[in-house]
Write a protein that binds this ligand. Structure first.
Ligand SMILES: Nc1nc2c(ncn2[C@@H]2O[C@H](COP(=O)(O)OP(=O)(O)OP(=O)(O)O)[C@@H](O)[C@H]2O)c(=O)[nH]1
Ligand SMILES: [Mg+2]
Length: 450
């Protein structure tokens, strides 16, 4: 099927399947009004655009399917930029299906997933980052993801990419002037000025690229592993965080043998928490296998809770574990402070897994660590789409190549090519340089009826 060709009229149920108060059947394309006319009890031709009408939809035999509200919206002031008709019926699966079937009988075609959005994009109603943001908005699973999607929807990402493109286009013009008018070319701008501007832009691009890490954490959640010597209270902390008795706790060292994984939320953040076997040198075969798994979990995790038994303090066991833990992803946690305890290093978080003391502070520290104290990015502008990240990465690498070339005296004739390629990579993000098959692939991930 050729998607997004505006010759055809498409139809789909825009509401989720199942029972509900209302279901919506959406039509878009040049024959929307005509199709609507044939299945609705009132004639639509003479009616003003952007009006709502109460009436009936009947099947081919003249049997009433449902009483409905019909929304008439003529081009171009619509989501897709085409004539749009929406039929709001009672929210039963069968009713909405029957009405959709009627629309198909009368000449509409079944819409492909995301085809409404794709048409909106092709008709210049929304740019690609906004279209993608609508889908992210729909599938957002936490407040941070929602905020990121809203910011994209308001065009923050689009504007930023357009800004980069404008800056680089101006420089490309200067390069071309240098090539075409070698004599007077330098009057347009000095090499130092150009280098300064390119450096500035590449720095901003890198900064945006950096947000992708945060963006991924927000969408997929973060993996936290509980690491420490045996008996320090790792399983107790897991239970305290989950607020249920998930992992076995006992006074014997070596209780946890296998890794135990659970999902929960800290603030809006999705967390996958792994309890592990206490790490120590001794222990028999099964325990050693458990310890091997602890080390694997440790490597995979985004964040480590390094637990120490405050009553015992820092022992040789901790000294052995510490070298395994990358500093930037480790939080030191001093447990069992309900008991007389050795005072911890200042950066440690004091808790009692058993009494539930310090758990809130620990959750705050996690958010602090994940967002590096900034809170989810100031403007809420985060790269959440892999597609955006890859294109931006490509763009910035090419730009850095241009900067390097210019510094080492490569002729602008050659540099302009990489600069244009960098611009092309940026164009992919906002959809100005995308081929049809790629567009189809992007939109086909969307919901039906969107
Ligand atoms: N007083 C006190 N005891 C605690 C605290 N946290 C854990 N414990 C006790 O410490 C012992 C070990 O706790 P676990 O949670 O099983 O420790 P673990 O680190 O999972 O141990 P392994 O699985 O063997 O590595 C149990 O008897 C717990 O009741 C705490 O905050 N205060
Ligand atoms: Mg345990």
């Amino acid at each position: 099927m050729i998607r997004g060709t505006t010759q055809t009229t498409i139809a789909a149920i825009a509401t989720p399947p199942g029972e509900g108060g209302v279901a919506i059947i959406r039509l878009s394309g040049p024959q929307s009004v005509e199709v609507g006319n044939r299945l609705f009890s009132k004639k639509l031709d003479a009616l003003t655009t952007h009006t709502i009408h109460f009436g009936r939809v009947k099947d081919k035999q003249g049997e009433v399917i449902d009483d409905v509200l019909l929304l008439l919206m003529r081009a171009p002031r619509t989501f897709t930029g085409e004539d749009v008709v929406e039929i709001h019926c009672h929210g039963g699966t069968l009713i909405s299906k029957k009405i959709l079937e009627r629309a198909l009988e009368e000449g509409a075609q079944m819409a492909a997933p995301g085809e409404f959005s794709q048409r909106a994009f092709l008709n210049g109603k929304i740019d690609l980052t906004r279209a993608e943001a609508i889908q992210s908005l729909i599938s957002a699973k936490n407040n941070f993801a929602l905020k990121a999607a809203q910011s994209h929807l308001q065009g923050a990402l689009h504007q930023k990419i357009v800004k980069f493109k404008n800056q680089l286009t101006a420089i490309a013009a200067i390069f071309e002037a240098w090539v075409d008018f070698p004599e007077e070319g330098l009057e347009f701008a000095s090499e130092a000025e150009v280098l300064g501007e390119l450096g500035e832009t590449s720095k901003e691009m890198r900064a945006l690229l950096e947000t992708a890490k945060e963006g991924r954490l927000i969408l997929d959640g973060i993996q936290i592993a509980l690491i420490g010597a045996p008996n320090v209270g790792k399983s107790s902390l897991m239970n305290a965080l989950l607020e249920k008795e998930r992992a076995i706790v006992s006074p014997h060292a070596g209780t946890t043998r296998d890794t135990v994984e659970e999902h929960f939320k800290i603030g809006g953040l999705h967390v996958i928490l792994t309890d592990t076997a206490g790490i120590r040198e001794v222990g028999e075969e099964v325990e050693q296998e458990g310890i091997r798994r602890s080390k694997a979990a440790l490597e995979k995790a985004d964040l480590l809770f390094f637990l120490v038994d405050g009553e015992r303090g820092w022992t040789d066991e901790e000294k052995d574990i510490l070298p395994l833990l990358p500093e930037e992803k480790t939080l030191l946690i001093w447990n069992k402070v309900d008991r007389p305890h050795i005072s911890p290093p200042t950066h440690a978080i004091k808790i009692s897994a058993k009494e539930g003391f310090g758990i809130e502070a620990l959750k705050k520290a996690v958010q602090q660590k994940v967002f590096e104290g900034k809170g989810p990015s100031e403007e809420g502008l985060l790269l959440t789409e892999m597609r955006h990240r890859e294109a931006l990465q490509e763009g910035v690498v090419l730009l850095e190549k241009v900067i390097e070339g210019l510094t080492s005296g490569v002729s602008p004739e050659f540099l302009v090519f990489d600069l244009r390629s960098s611009l092309k990579a940026l164009g992919k993000i906002i959809g100005s340089d995308l081929q049809e098959d790629i567009l189809n692939a992007i939109f086909s991930r969307f919901c039906i009826g969107k």
